[in-house]
Design a binder for this molecule. Structure first.
Ligand code: ADP
Ligand code: MG
Length: 274
């Protein structure tokens, strides 16, 4: 995708809340049919970054481009209308509503004419089940089923299928697999691959390296609000990525120490510690 125009691009984005600087000079891009994995420990700024992409926050500095065009999202609704769909850990679904209702959520098909217009339950259910099945979730066969009875993975899948159906171009998943068991997580990862195949640009946030490696084309590691590493699939092993995430903080300190030493010692590296 590298020579194609990215769907979404951030250039030097900073985000502060009053005196608290949370994001520093974030530059990232994601293209059609590409999965960008955003890795980072708790508190690294991952959620703040995606909220900035989804119109919840506005960047303090820097620019966001969509299809090469400088863009601002002044509200989550505006971001949504431009095709940015965010799916949170529990899929954002309503447990006491049916699969059909959850799929359409305010966009339900109707039948008949005013003043006799009513919710077309059959049609809603049929489309919802079809779309979810197309994404490979064959266990959902009844659109009347309450979402509360679905597994965590199935709920996520429903939310992703809905985003795809309603024409999302960028799918942002904030730790979708964090609370899931192995099988359920595999479920969601399969759906992420499916969304990618359909040409969505996916931003997948996780601190589970294995999950990232199963779907990622491109990886960025966020440490204390800055991109500490940015690499493509195959560039690093699982161990290297894990070290980077786990030891990233101390590695950054170490590097700063070494640089500082070199500056004051005519370019010599520090002697090994004992
Ligand atoms: N609205 C806010 N006001 C002040 N600080 C915030 C706000 N939102 C997030 N932060 C701070 O930004 C840092 C990163 O948080 P967050 O983006 O939630 O990290 P992550 O999702 O990687 O765990 C934390 O130190 C958090 O306290
Ligand atoms: Mg978070």
């Amino acid at each position: 995708m590298s020579d194609k125009q990215p769907v979404l691009e951030l250039r030097n984005v900073d985000k502060s809340f009053g005196p608290i600087d949370v994001l520093h000079e974030i530059s990232l891009k994601v293209g059609e049919g590409e999965v960008l994995c955003l890795l980072g420990d708790n508190g690294a700024g991952k959620s703040t970054l995606i909220k900035t992409l989804a119109g919840v926050h506005q960047p303090t500095n820097g620019e966001i481009f969509m299809d090469g065009e400088l863009t601002t999202f002044s509200s989550p609704r505006e971001a949504q209308e431009r095709g940015i769909a965010t799916v949170h850990q529990f899929g954002g679904t309503y447990p006491l509503m049916s699969v059909g209702h959850n799929f359409f959520m305010g966009m339900e098909p109707t039948k008949g004419f005013w003043p006799f217009k009513v919710y077309d339950r059959e049609k809603a259910n049929r489309i919802a089940v079809e779309e979810v099945q197309k994404m490979g979730i064959t266990r959902i066969t009844d659109g009347d089923r309450l979402v509360g009875g679905l597994s965590g993975g199935e709920r996520q899948s429903l939310a992703i299928a809905r985003a795809v159906y309603f024409g999302a171009r960028v799918l942002i998943l904030d730790e979708p697999t964090a609370a899931l068991g192995v099988k359920q997580a595999a479920h969601v990862l399969r759906i992420v691959n499916e969304a990618k195949k359909r040409g969505l640009a996916v931003i997948f946030i996780t601190h589970q390296v294995m999950h990232a490696m199963a779907v990622g084309d491109h990886f960025a590691v966020l440490i204390r609000g800055a991109i500490a590493a940015d690499f493509r699939k195959g560039d690093k092993t699982r161990e290297e990525i894990a070290d980077l995430m786990a030891g990233g903080e101390s590695m950054a300190d170490l590097e700063a120490n070494i640089e500082g030493y070199m500056e004051t010692h005519e370019g010599h590296v520090p002697p090994p510690a004992h």
